[in-house]
Design a protein around this ligand. Structure first.
Ligand SMILES: [Mg+2]
Length: 438
């Protein structure tokens, strides 16, 4: 019995930042761990599953998360260099199975493994299980995998497979698989579109595909509505491609005749926004900045832009901003060319990271007792990597009163012992991010 032509897998590391901490600091392996800025405006960038059991989620304000965190929980500053090292290890390994990887963040990628061309679902399940096991034994981290005939369904499948799971969507069942799911699982449907759809009684992707053309067009716009409804049926032939870091997506056009009134300029710019938005969604990105370019009859060019507080892939929000940036041709002269670009691109849900830059002294001592004490800038802070002349590699578990408590452990050591030193102990040196991978 033959299989199908195309299998896309979406691989997503489970609770990646927190898992990197638990892997390299084995004492934390089964404890609630939060990674993020601990300052007044800090947010949770990563939470271990033990922390999630207490209702803590990514992007939650740290002040709220701290109240939910049980007494054995810890808050750690992020170590992005370490996460990058582990990310490289993971995807170097995945590349042995699938040479073309479309990385979408430190811990997520699409792949279309050549060995799976025309494979059966069972063969894909075997492949996924083998790859997950290889990552676990070789690196020590857990990856969840979704597999399907296209990227959108594979991505939804890996989300549903979490934690520590594998979900293969049999080909031909994509539509039924998506039907009961809420509309927001689809790329391109954010809170605004979700709200509009809910207002006309559409909560699931099944209901979205059943919508009449007229209702879809009036709610989502003609092109966006058609694209999203197509994705909602599980039809997705977008390629998996290894691409350079994307800076912006855009669309522009020169008009046959100069536009001399605002309503027709608005209409054209909305059209351009549709095309730029399609590129944004295809790239799996969200944008923070909208740029509008207008070339006037006299060839002078004006560029106007606006940046939002948080990035979005929501068409209405992006298009409305592009329209607000327009200049009335009756005041500034006819327009012969217009362009719309979305820039400040990022991968959805990664944004909280950009608000992590809190003053170091705001990071509290990890252990609840004794009470954390503000430390001077030159001294050790909780979470710091440390090397000791005789005890080796470790990390600062707590600091205060002129003393520092260091836990000596690495990826391979098992839970280590803690020792307390004077802050100025000359045997203590700052460690490198990769030391703990030993
Ligand atoms: Mg992940």
């Amino acid at each position: 019995m033959g299989g199908y032509d195309r299998w896309v897998i979406h691989l997503d590391m489970d609770a990646f930042y927190a898992s990197c901490e638990q892997l390299t600091r084995p004492t934390l392996a089964h404890r609630p761990v939060l990674v993020g800025g601990a300052g007044p405006r800090g947010v949770v960038a990563g939470a271990s599953y033990q922390a999630r059991e207490h209702g803590i989620k990514s992007a939650m304000p740290m002040s709220q998360a701290r109240r939910l965190l049980p007494p054995n929980g810890v808050i750690l500053p992020p170590r992005f260099k370490l996460y990058e090292l582990l990310s490289t290890q993971v995807f170097d390994l995945v590349a042995q199975y699938a040479p073309v990887l479309e990385r979408i963040s430190l811990d997520e990628a699409f792949a279309e493994p050549p060995s799976l061309a025309r494979a059966s679902s069972d063969e894909v399940r075997e492949f996924g299980a083998r790859l997950r096991e290889h990552i676990r034994t070789e690196i020590g981290l857990v990856a969840s995998i979704g597999a399907a005939s296209g990227k959108q369904v594979a991505k939804v499948a890996s989300d549903l497979a979490k934690p520590d799971g594998l979900l293969v969507v049999d080909q031909g069942t994509e539509r039924d698989f998506l039907a009961p799911l809420p509309t927001r699982v689809l790329w391109g449907i954010g809170p605004v579109a979700e709200g509009k759809l809910r207002a006309i009684g559409v909560r699931t992707l099944g209901q979205l595909t059943a919508l009449s053309d007229a209702d879809a067009v009036s709610t989502l716009g003609s092109v966006v509505g058609r694209d999203l409804r197509r994705l909602a049926t599980g039809v997705d032939d977008r390629p998996v491609s290894d691409r350079a870091e994307l800076k912006q997506v855009s669309a522009e056009t020169t008009f046959d005749r100069d536009l001399i009134d605002l309503p027709s300029l608005r209409r054209e710019v909305r059209d351009l926004a549709v095309h730029a938005h399609r590129r944004l969604v295809n790239a799996g990105r969200v944008a923070r900045t909208v740029v509008v370019k207008l070339r006037h009859t006299d060839f002078s060019t004006v560029t106007r832009s606006e940046t939002m507080a948080s990035p979005t892939d929501e068409f209405d929000q992006l298009a409305a901003m592009a329209e607000r940036l327009l200049i009335d041709p009756t005041e500034f002269g006819g327009v012969r060319l217009a362009g719309v670009a979305f820039s400040g691109l990022s991968v959805p849900h990664q944004d909280p990271l950009f608000t992590l830059s809190v003053p170091a002294a705001d990071v509290p001592a990890l252990e609840r007792a004794p009470a954390p004490v503000a430390v001077v800038s030159s001294s050790w802070r909780p979470g710091d990597d440390v090397v000791h002349d005789s005890f080796g590699t470790g990390w600062v578990q707590g600091a205060g009163h002129g003393r520092v408590t260091v836990r000596f452990e690495t990826r391979s050591s098992g839970p280590g012992v803690a020792r307390t030193f004077q802050q100025e102990d000359p045997a203590l040196r700052r460690g490198e991010p990769g030391d703990c991978l030993a």
